[in-house]
Design a protein around this ligand. Structure first.
Ligand SMILES: C[S@@+](CC[C@H](N)C(=O)[O-])C[C@H]1O[C@@H](n2cnc3c(N)ncnc32)[C@H](O)[C@@H]1O
Length: 318
């Protein structure tokens, strides 16, 4: 997975349009950028309007979210935009067309005072898969990288067994699987530690202890289609995230909230309600704009789609 996504010929190392060429995320929806900008305004208030307010778009793709947030704040909250340092973090070179106000970095800065936001990052952080074999014991799945053919290898090591026992206990039924979230937990802990004061948010496909998928979720995406997870660099490789485990990895000193995108965005005022029909005759253009906004909001809050994504919110010294 590491080589297939991030190696020299890895899926995420390719030049071009980036993830947006293969699948759509919330970051490609303009209403999302506005909502995240509104969240940043709340964080700013909570921090007492610091002289420098940071917005870190972690695992930024081509910086779509960072660009949207910067543009919205410049138009709607210029005083805050004047104090804002925006850093988009991803592995490749700076994408063309990124607004000048967005810094580009291949590693996230430390000492962040503000909001660190990671949309669909953790599902791309590598994970080992354990599968129960015919003898009823768990083994780590090994993959032939060119064909995707699988076989069962060694037993999980002690750390993996501990994680499985706590977060994703396997039945003894052959073929049942678990995706071991140790690296996601560590990645998230390290990201939150970059905050001096502020809020970190991880948004992702997720599951909790009560609804782990029996056969796992590992899959591939290419050109807008779900494809087998062949780790040859030709497709995205992703698995849903045990966000409850990521939350616990922060330790008891960090306050966390785990909710859904639908609920969080509704609280930020994102609504898929249609504009008043009377507007259609008094301001037809305004009505069309309102409809388009409502449909973008509906995409983000749809209970069977993006609205079901998990939002893990961590508050650090604020
Ligand atoms: C599914 S894409 C999401 C992109 C964007 N956040 C969005 O929502 O459209 C995952 C991104 O995570 C990036 N990524 C993975 N690990 C990373 C790391 N350690 N540092 C920076 N970026 C990383 C990949 O390069 C890829 O662009």
């Amino acid at each position: 997975m590491e080589q297939a996504l991030y190696g020299p010929d890895g899926f995420y190392r390719r030049p071009g349009a980036g993830p947006a060429a293969h699948f759509r995320t919330s970051a490609h929806n303009p209403v999302f950028a506005e909502a995240v900008a509104r969240l940043l305004l709340r964080v700013d208030e909570r921090l007492g309007t610091p002289a420098r307010l940071d917005f870190v778009d972690m695992a930024a793709g081509r910086g779509e979210l960072a660009s949207g947030v910067v543009r919205w704040l410049a138009a709607e909250a210029p005083e805050v935009a004047g104090r804002l340092r925006t850093v988009a973090v991803d592995l490749g070179p700076r994408p063309d067309g990124l607004p000048e106000a967005v810094e580009w970095a291949t590693a996230a800065p430390s000492g962040v005072v503000g909001l660190l936001f990671a949309n669909e990052w953790l599902d791309n952080v590598v994970c080992d898969v354990a599968e129960v074999g015919a003898d009823g014991t768990a083994r780590i799945v090994e993959v032939e990288t060119a064909s995707g053919e699988e076989r069962l290898g060694a037993a999980p090591d002690a750390g993996q067994r501990e994680w499985l026992a706590r977060w994703w206990p396997l039945e003894r039924t052959a073929g049942t699987r678990a995706e071991i979230g140790l690296d996601r937990d560590a990645a998230w802990r390290a990201a939150v530690e970059l905050l001096d004061r502020g809020v970190a948010v991880a948004v992702d496909y997720s599951h909790g202890a009560a609804d782990r998928p029996r056969f796992g979720t590992l899959t591939g995406y290419r050109d807008g289609h779900q494809v087998p997870a062949v780790p040859d660099g030709s497709c995205d490789i992703t698995a849903h995230v045990a966000l409850d485990a990521c939350a616990a990895a922060l330790g008891s000193g960090v306050e966390t909230v785990l909710t859904t995108q639908r609920d969080f965005l509704r609280d930020l005022g994102v609504s898929g309600a249609r504009p008043d029909l009377a507007l259609a005759s008094s301001d037809p253009l305004g009505y069309v704009r309102g409809l388009s906004r409502a449909s973008a909001a509906a995409e983000l809050t749809e209970p069977g789609g993006l609205g079901a994504f998990g939002w893990l919110v961590a508050f650090s010294s604020c």
